[in-house]
Structure formats: structure tokens, C-alpha cells
Ligand binder design. Structure first.
Ligand code: ADP
Ligand code: MG
Length: 263
């Protein structure tokens, strides 16, 4: 974990809203290292999603720099950005955005088909990924025939379809019950361990956040705290069994936590 995969320098993002400038990111500096798994936490409105979107090339910062694997995203044309996004980055959102008329296997194949990979190659890869996320038996089910947790597993498999270096997940278990969330959390650790994929997860779930080797806490458009501690990354640790009492400064989020700790 020595090379920075992502380097964010003095990143600012303003939105113009009803004629007023809203400063949402106010100078973010952040290095994300190859092979890391880390969480980003913080109150609603802190700018977590905005930061993830900028890193993921889904949105453009107002100023500052982002490098991904040594390439400066902030200087690229939109077509180059789209190519980098396709090749290097996988996304997992709170709502899975699976295509309802396609089955699980086809949904996982889709990013590859869009990029012109062969059906045969993508079908093989999608089947392997569905097996990895524990869904071999559900490959021919459409999203409407899957549980919420299963749908999110398909979305995770889809995010991995083109073997991205970086997976960005924005509250991936925000919509799931706690048992299902725990299983999805384990899956992120498993992917990090087995593929070496660098994974950044925005989460309101304190137990999951605390189980990560690094927690970046954002408040009001800034990195308020960046704790790298306890253990090396990519260690594939399961979340600790007990509830974590921390998270005091983001207590405003507790009401949004998808998986309140039983105690
Ligand atoms: P978080 O993910 O930490 O809850 P967001 O990054 O979604 O926060 O949003 C940060 C702030 O930016 C919020 O106050 C939100 O209202 C504002 N914001 C986000 N997107 C836009 C937009 N497209 N236009 C105007 N304001 C926005
Ligand atoms: Mg958000």
C-alpha cells in the first residue's frame, strides 16, 4: 500500500443554486492508496457524495486537482474521462440502478457489452462474478425477482465486470436491513482481499465504518479527520462483532443509519 492510486489536491466544488454560490467542497486533500479499503463518513450534506462523484469523474470540480493512477483527471476531455471511468472505476450506489428488463447475468454483462466485449467473454465473466457474490442460483432472475440484498450483490458484481482498479460505493447498504448489510459489508472486504481492488465506501453504518482500516471523516466540505489505524489495509477483516460506540460528531446521521446496532 505504498502507491497513491488517487491523489486529490485542494479540491473545491461550488454549486450555483438559485443565483447563489454554494461552496460544497472547500479544499479537500486526500490520497487513496492502491489496495486500500476505506470509509468516508460524516453528516448529511458534508459533501461525501460530491467528493465521490468528482473522484469518479461523474462530476467536475470547480478547482483543484485529481490524479488517478498518475493521470490528471482534471485536465481531461469529457471523452477521455468517460474512457477512464469505464476502464478504471466501478460504482455501487444506494439504489442499485439495475436494468429491470434484463436478468442478473445480463445486468453484470452490460458494462462489457457496452464497451464492445464479446457476449461469450462477458457471459463467462458475469457468471464467475455472480458465483463470487453468492448468486449463481439467481443468474436468470430479473431484479424484480431478487431481494434487496441480492440486487445489491448483482450491482456489486456489475461494478467489477471490467476489473476496475477503484470501486466507489455511496451508501451501498443504506437501503438494507442490518443482517443483509453485514453480508454486503463482508463482500466488500472479500473483494478487496481477493482482487486487490481499492475500495472507498461512503457509509452511515458506524460498525462498518469502524471495521475499516481507515476512516475519513468529512464535515462541512472539509476532511475533518483522517484516521489510518489498527491494521494494514486489504487485511480482509470482518467487521468486529460488538457495536461501536463512537461516531459522536456524526450523531445527526444516526437517524439515517440503515443498520442500527443492536447494542
Ligand atoms: P452528502 O453526500 O455528504 O450528504 P452531498 O455531497 O450530497 O452531501 O451534498 C453536499 C451539499 O451540496 C448539500 O448541501 C447539497 O444540497 C448540495 N448539492 C449537492 N448536489 C447539488 C447540486 N447539483 N446543486 C446544488 N446543490 C447541490
Ligand atoms: Mg450522499
Amino acid at each position: 500500500m505504498t502507491d497513491a492510486l488517487v491523489v486529490v489536491e485542494d479540491l473545491h466544488k461550488d454549486f450555483i443554486h438559485m443565483g447563489r454560490t454554494l461552496e460544497v467542497l472547500k479544499g479537500i486533500d486526500l490520497n487513496i492508496y492502491q489496495g486500500e479499503i476505506l470509509s468516508i463518513v460524516g453528516p448529511s450534506g458534508a459533501g461525501k457524495s460530491t467528493l465521490l462523484h468528482c473522484i469518479g469523474t461523474l462530476d467536475l470540480p470547480t478547482s483543484g486537482r485529481i490524479r488517478l493512477g498518475g493521470e490528471e483527471l482534471t485536465r481531461m476531455s469529457s471523452s477521455r474521462l468517460a474512457a477512464v471511468r469505464n476502464r478504471e472505476i466501478g460504482f455501487v450506489f444506494q439504489f442499485h440502478h439495475l436494468l429491470p428488463e434484463f436478468n442478473a447475468l445480463e445486468n453484470v454483462m452490460m458494462p462489457g457489452l457496452i464497451r464492445g466485449r464479446s457476449r461469450r467473454q462477458m457471459a463467462e465473466r458475469a457468471a464467475a462474478l455472480l458465483s463470487e457474490v453468492g448468486l449463481s442460483e439467481r443468474a436468470t432472475h430479473r431484479p424484480g425477482e431478487l431481494s434487496g440484498g441480492e440486487q445489491q450483490r448483482v450491482a456489486i458484481a456489475r461494478a467489477l465486470a471490467l476489473e476496475p482498479k477503484l470501486v466507489l460505493a455511496d451508501e451501498p447498504t443504506g437501503n438494507l436491513d442490518s443482517t443483509t448489510s453485514d453480508a454486503i459489508h463482508d463482500l466488500f472486504f472479500q473483494i478487496n482481499r481477493e482482487h486487490g481492488t481499492t475500495i472507498v465506501v461512503v457509509t452511515h453504518n458506524p460498525t462498518f465504518a469502524e471495521s475499516m482500516p481507515r476512516i475519513v471523516r468529512m464535515v462541512d466540505g472539509r476532511v475533518f479527520k483522517d484516521d489510518t489505524h489498527r491494521r494494514d489495509s486489504a487485511s480482509g477483516q470482518s467487521p468486529p462483532g460488538g457495536a461501536t460506540p463512537g461516531e459522536s460528531e456524526s450523531s445527526a446521521d444516526a437517524s439515517c443509519a440503515a443498520a442500527p446496532d443492536p447494542g
